[in-house]
Design a protein around this ligand. Structure first.
Ligand code: HEM
Length: 409
């Protein structure tokens, strides 16, 4: 495979659905062309960055490398034919001086102390989902039935939404933000889609009005009443914030949970190791995040002429930070292609790095650890019950079908 063929994986949603192809291609790029220019007729040109050190170096310097004009490779970066993203400006589209101000609004909530307040609620939800698994009576689709729902319920709890609204929210987020996979595709032109959009906006508008009139101690209230730059946050901005939190915290964690179980079933010795020593749950979940790398890329754009690893990059050109590639970098990880539930240290960059470093890391870890701490001891036997399929995506993804057969302990 030559380097240009290899770089085709970044613009082909099917490549992310085929782990073998993706990791073989990015190994070639790391070795032979770690800063590689990609010219594709459907996208504006960009440089693919595949090595861990380079991803970190770029992410560290948020003055030289900004998010705003092109935060990720997606519809907005395409030359033609794709629908625009929803017109909401969220944290990932911001740079200083706005970014730190808006990030600060919710930052305390995501710190360990803030998230710990949710620990009991999350443990309760984890137990509920494992109980539900038991009720499937020995077979289910772990992604569809468990992993796709549990993280959204955690986020709804974080925002402080009442439980009776959860199913409606689940439907809305799936319809509006489903991955760009044919199986999950939506027709954004039809009136049903417009209705869903309206329902979504109405729901959050009502939430804002309500939390302004009766502030409580939940995150929804903090956002609705935030005063960035001394003035009450705009309604659209507040909605954008809710949407960011709901979407950033949902598919990412679902993918890590389901892809993590897939890895445990592909390497049954690792399942047994974890079952014999549940103290390994924290390192095991961290390894699942490295292994799956649910966020496939973010981009940065150069504010001045510069170079990466000696390759000149002009002001205004964009780089794509390939987190899954960086997380298999042989210079940083011992046996990077080995799934190791005890891996330590584990310097993965699946949560990004620098000014935009994932706000939800503590929450994601709490969720993942809670689910696996509950699941592993309660399962006696478990195996795959059919072919596993991964999502076609350019942005966030993991398994979309994970059929399992199991016996409870
Ligand atoms: C940003 C990954 C879970 C909220 C990010 C970024 C990555 C990421 C790669 C961009 C970082 C950068 O540009 O340097 C993940 C992964 C998750 C996860 C792999 C699960 C395994 C969550 C959860 C939440 C969340 C549970 C919250 C409910 C956010 C927010 C941002 C973000 C708000 C934007 C931060 C900013 O731009 O300042 N995440 N995330 N994430 N994440 Fe996560």
């Amino acid at each position: 495979m030559n380097v240009d063929e290899a770089a085709g994986v970044f613009t082909d949603p099917r490549a992310y659905a085929d782990n073998e192809r993706f990791y073989a291609a990015t190994a070639v790029l790391r070795r032979e062309s770690p800063v590689h220019r990609v010219d594709h007729p459907r996208f504006l040109p960009f440089w693919a960055i595949t090595r861990h050190d380079d991803v970190m170096e770029i992410a560290r310097d948020s003055q030289l490398w900004i998010n705003a004009p092109r935060p990720a490779l997606g519809p907005r970066s395409q030359r033609e034919g794709a629908p625009e993203d929803i017109p909401i400006r969220a944290l990932v589209q911001m740079d200083a001086p706005d970014h730190p101000v808006y990030r600060h609004i919710s930052a305390d909530w995501f710190k360990p102390a803030g998230v710990r307040k949710l620990a009991d609620r999350i443990a309760e939800l984890a137990k509920r989902y494992v109980d539900q698994l038991a009720e499937f009576g020995g077979e289910c689709d772990f992604f569809q039935d468990i992993a796709a729902n549990y993280p959204l319920y955690v986020i709804m709890s974080l925002l402080g939404l009442p439980e009776e609204d959860f199913p409606r929210m689940l439907k809305l987020t799936q319809e509006l933000f489903g991955a760009n996979d044919a199986d999950l595709a939506r027709n954004t032109e039809n009136s049903a889609f417009m209705e869903t959009m309206l329902d979504f906006f109405n729901y959050f508008q009502k939430l804002i009005t309500d939390r302004r009139a009766n502030p409580t101690d939940d995150l929804a209230s903090v956002i609705a009443n935030a005063t960035p730059r001394g003035e009450l946050i705009g309604e659209l901005e507040a909605i954008g914030y809710y949407v960011l939190i709901a979407t950033a915290g949902h598919d990412t964690t679902s993918s890590a949970l389901a892809g993590g179980l897939h890895a445990l079933l592909q390497y049954p010795d690792q399942w047994r190791r974890l079952a014999d020593d549940p103290g390994l749950v924290p390192t095991a979940f961290e390894e699942m995040i490295r292994w799956v790398s649910p966020v496939k890329q973010f981009m940065r754009t150069a504010t001045a002429d510069t170079s990466v690893r000696g390759v000149p990059i002009a002001k205004g050109e964009s780089v794509l930070l390939s987190y899954p590639s960086a997380n298999r970098d042989e210079d940083v990880f011992e046996h990077p292609d080995r799934f190791d539930v005890g891996r330590s240290p584990n310097r993965h960059v699946a949560f990004g790095f620098g000014a935009h470093y994932c706000l939800g890391t503590h929450l994601a870890r709490l969720e993942g650890r809670a689910l696996y701490a509950e699941l592993v001891p309660r399962i006696r036997e478990i195996e795959l019950a059919g072919p596993v399929e991964y999502m076609e995506t350019l942005f966030v993804g993991g398994p979309k079908k994970l059929p399992i057969r199991f016996k409870m302990a």
